[in-house]
Design a protein around this ligand. Structure first.
Ligand SMILES: [Zn+2]
Length: 127
C-alpha cells in the first residue's frame, strides 16, 4: 500500500515544492512564496506607463554622458572649426576606438565626430 498524501497538502504548480496546507482561493495549488510573488500580467498600458515614468531620467542620463564626453574633448580640440581631411574622415568612419578617443585622436570635439560620421553616412547612403 502506498503512503497516502495528506489531502490538504500538495505540490506547488509553479515551483514544484511540496507544501502542507493546500491553498484555496484565487491562487489554488501554489506554495506561499509563489502565491505572494504572483502579480497580474503586465498589460501594454502598464509597459507604456513604465516607459513614460522613466523617459525623462533616461534622456537626462544620455544627455549627461554626451555632456561629459563633450567637456572632456573640447579643451583638446585643436582642429575645431577647420575643414575635415580625408584622414580624419577615415578615422571617424573606420575606427575601432570609442568616439571620445577618436575625437582626442583627430583633435575634434566628441559632438563633431558624431555629427561628421552622421554626415558621411548620410551622403554615402543617398549617393
Ligand atoms: Zn511554489
Amino acid at each position: 500500500m502506498t503512503k497516502r498524501r495528506r489531502p490538504d497538502a500538495g505540490v506547488c504548480r509553479e515551483c514544484g515544492v511540496e507544501f502542507r496546507v493546500y491553498n484555496t482561493g484565487p491562487m489554488p495549488g501554489r506554495c506561499r512564496p509563489c502565491k505572494s510573488r504572483w502579480r497580474p500580467p503586465r498589460t501594454y498600458a502598464d509597459r507604456r506607463a513604465g516607459y513614460r515614468a522613466n523617459r525623462l531620467a533616461r534622456v537626462m542620463a544620455v544627455r549627461k554622458c554626451i555632456d561629459r564626453a563633450q567637456a572632456a574633448t573640447t579643451p583638446k580640440a585643436a582642429r575645431r572649426g577647420l575643414p575635415w581631411t580625408p584622414a580624419e574622415d577615415a578615422a571617424v568612419l573606420g575606427s575601432d576606438l570609442r568616439d571620445v578617443e577618436t575625437a582626442l585622436l583627430v583633435g575634434r570635439t566628441y559632438q563633431a565626430v558624431v555629427a561628421r560620421r552622421h554626415t558621411l553616412r548620410k551622403h554615402a547612403s543617398t549617393g
